[in-house]
Design a protein around this ligand. Structure first.
Ligand SMILES: [Zn+2]
Length: 332
């Protein structure tokens, strides 16, 4: 995906600090990464990333629609292999008007979210979400990072959480594989009042009766071989702090880089009144983000190590997220 909003004041703040920081900051030894134990199977997740990328791009372009359907079949079959019951894997279909790629009004397409639920002690839900559509492009675009990495890691987290007992999950989980994150024509445009982006998350965010989601952990562009997660400004500050602290505790280093405000699938939940969202995203893919939405978004530019790091971060953070959410809900 997504779209960056402002590059923010981080750079200015950094320069200010650097400018008056004196020598003591320079003399302090850089934090050293700890030995840490992976909490996900990264080779399995990377094999999935590769398999989805090999579909050659999953979009609503007529020529790519079959790949989109293949992607859905793969997601469902991998969830079944992970032990999810068929009845807990919901395909939510709807008819969506989208702009024509080459101008000339709107057309309709069928969009489908795949939602796999996993019961916990409480009915309120924590969503682990990604988008499985990839950008519609006239040139070859497989979306190994932008699309497939989030799908692969969401699947792996589903496996890890499915392997635990229900007692170990304080909340019900929903693994949300969202359609239509990518803009068809123009991310900033609206067509008949509907923004040309995040179609699937907007759909899910407005189904709170069926899916009582209280927190969203969004995974997007998490496969970049040169990983640096963004401290994303429109995410909930408590969740940003919680994940940053977890990263320091687990890895011994801060794996979050500069602050950016990014428009992504977490925004429709905020707009629907649910602000407990975090977007885990590395929005600096290739030199100057030059691989983003380009044919260079390939498996070669992704790594199992990056999936392992983000997956381990999420697994380590989840007990803290659950405790935090319990307190949040008790305050209501
Ligand atoms: Zn994208």
């Amino acid at each position: 995906m997504p779209r960056i909003f402002h590059l923010w004041l981080t750079l200015a703040a950094f320069l200010l600090v650097a400018g008056c920081g004196g020598d003591s900051a320079n003399d302090a030894p850089a934090p050293k990464e700890k030995d840490w134990k992976p909490l996900v199977n990264a080779q399995r997740a990377f094999a999935d990333l590769t398999e989805f990328a090999n579909l050659g791009g999953m979009s609503h372009l007529p020529a790519r629609r079959e790949a989109l359907a293949s992607g859905r079949r793969l997601i469902r079959s991998k969830l079944r292999e992970a032990g999810f019951e068929a009845r807990d894997i919901i395909t939510d279909s709807w008819t969506q008007k989208i702009p024509r790629l080459n101008g000339g009004g709107l057309r309709t397409t069928t969009m489908k979210n795949i939602l796999a639920t996993l019961p916990g002690q409480r009915p309120e839900m924590i969503a682990i979400a990604c988008h499985y559509d990839t950008k519609m492009m006239s040139e070859t675009f497989v979306g190994a990072n932008d699309g497939c990495s989030g799908v692969a890691l969401t699947l792996e987290l589903a496996r890890q959480l499915r392997a635990k007992s229900k007692d170990e999950r304080a909340f019900t989980y929903v693994f949300a594989f969202l359609d239509g994150e990518e803009a068809v024509v123009d991310w900033r445009a609206k067509y008949e009042e509907v923004p040309d982006n995040c179609y699937g998350s907007r759909r899910l965010a407005n189904q709170s009766d069926r899916f009582p989601i209280q927190t969203v952990i969004l995974l997007d562009m998490v496969g970049d071989a040169d990983l640096e997660l963004v401290y994303e400004k429109s995410s909930h500050p408590d969740l940003n702090d919680l994940f940053t602290q977890t990263a320091k505790d687990v890895f011994g280093i801060d794996i979050f880089g500069g602050m950016k405000e990014i428009q992504d699938d977490h925004i429709p939940f905020k707009e629907a009144g649910m602000s407990r969202v975090i977007d885990l995203i590395d929005f600096d893919y290739g030199p100057g983000n030059s691989y983003w939405h380009k044919p260079a978004d390939t498996v070669e530019h992704c790594s199992a190590k990056s999936l392992e790091r983000v997956g381990t971060l999420v697994m380590a953070a989840l007990p803290r997220v659950e405790s935090w959410l319990k307190k949040e809900l008790a305050r209501k």
